[in-house]
Design a protein around this ligand. Structure first.
Ligand code: ATP
Ligand code: MG
Length: 361
């Protein structure tokens, strides 16, 4: 005979590392089934944290099977991302639950590389993901995704199907015009083109659309940040002072338009020599950390300057899919888990979750 209280006590003791709450009060336990000598638990995570959830499920199973009367325990994990309050209550976009902007002030800090690896990492952590290349002067996502193709139009040429690579849906002006054709659009037209890319693509049931913004904090950025219903923004910076200065502008801009900044990613934080493995902080140290502390946003993680990151992205197979078990991929995945969990804090989305369902009778 299984003591049900012992089971629920156990669930109330085990904590979710990202939500800073136990499994019951975080309402992660969606189903609990006690039958004879068997216990079945179904966990549903509201953030992209499949790997962490599976580790948790493993621990839980061992603990459950150690309870008196339990011979078999089954723990199932799924990810279900809610829609987070978009800034200023703008109407949501069809097919997209959450938009996350990846921005930097300064160009060339690795924004696009970080954005694509982050998108792939969110997907690897159980979310349905898309990426919008919002850099219409220098689109880089087609190359990074190994998708030098043309987008398929339908609906009388009015709508486009996203290009799918590695399970991620993508749209870029690079799918519409030749890479060699110089785009000479100016201000208002840029925003119009971007709005079209965003709204005329048939995004299919996305938990997250990662928006890879062009460098800068100019008018285009401001009008985009105001027009599209962003759930949050991530700032990429390198540790040197000049990049940090520009990153500050980015941070301020999002704060002004009331888009929550989920955190800072420090890219190229150290250089790892591909010959001897020696690690050197060539762009200075702890810049991202200082920036994060100053603006009271978390440092989501840091990536070293590593030849593999560049080569793999250049070859159309970013690190998260090229070397999924590498330490570098693990860093991107940790950033993905943390960023998506950050979306939950401060909101009251938890209230929308159904209460635990007891299936025993
Ligand atoms: N951590 C890293 N290690 C090594 N190379 C990197 C890293 N991050 C980015 N790179 C490389 O640096 C270059 C610039 O990166 P990327 O295009 O992502 O920057 P960006 O900020 O999007 O640039 P832009 O401002 O032009 O949009 C690319 O060649 C990329 O492969
Ligand atoms: Mg870029």
């Amino acid at each position: 005979m299984i003591d049900e209280t012992a089971v629920t006590d156990l669930l109330a003791r085990e904590r979710d590392p990202y939500l800073d709450a136990d499994l019951l009060s975080a309402r992660l336990v969606r189903e609990l089934q006690v039958e004879g000598d068997a216990v079945g638990v179904r966990l549903v995570l509201p953030y992209a944290g499949l790997s962490a959830g599976q580790a948790l499920a493993g621990r839980l199973r061992t603990q459950l099977e150690a309870l008196p009367g339990v011979t078999r325990a089954h723990v199932d994990v799924a990810v279900e991302i809610p829609t987070h309050a978009a800034a200023r209550g703008r109407p949501p976009l069809p097919g997209i639950r959450n938009l996350i902007a990846v921005a930097s002030g300064k160009g060339g800090v690795g924004k696009s590389t970080t954005a694509v690896n982050l998108a792939l990492a969110l997907a690897a952590e159980g979310a349905r993901v898309g990426i919008l290349d919002a850099d219409i002067y220098g689109p880089s996502q087609p190359r990074m995704l190994g998708a030098m193709v043309k987008a398929e139009a339908h609906g009388g040429g009015k709508r486009m199907a996203p290009v799918v690579r590695y399970g991620v849906q993508s749209m870029s002006v690079g799918y519409l015009i030749d890479a060699e054709t110089p785009a000479i659009w100016r201000g208002p037209i840029v925003t119009q083109v971007l709005n079209q890319l965003l709204r005329e693509t048939d995004w299919d049931d996305l938990d997250f659309l990662v928006v890879d913004l062009p460098p800068g904090t100019g008018d285009i950025h401001l009008s985009l940040a105001q027009q599209i219903p962003l759930s949050g923004a991530i700032i990429v910076t390198t540790p040197q002072d000049i990049a940090l200065l520009d990153a500050r502008k980015g941070l301020k801009m999002f704060q002004q338009v009331e888009v929550p900044v989920l955190g800072v990613v420090e890219n190229m934080s150290t250089h790892v020599c591909s010959h001897c493995g020696h690690e050197e902080p060539i762009f200075g140290t702890a810049g991202g950390e200082r920036l994060a502390a100053q603006y009271d946003v978390p440092l989501l993680g840091s990536l070293p300057l590593d030849l593999r990151i560049r080569e793999q992205a250049d070859n159309g197979r970013p690190t998260v899919v090229a070397e999924p078990d590498s330490e570098l991929a693990a860093r991107y995945r940790a950033i993905a888990r943390e960023a998506s969990a950050r979306l939950l804090r401060g909101g009251n989305e938890q209230a929308a979750f159904p209460a635990i369902r007891m299936l025993d009778d």
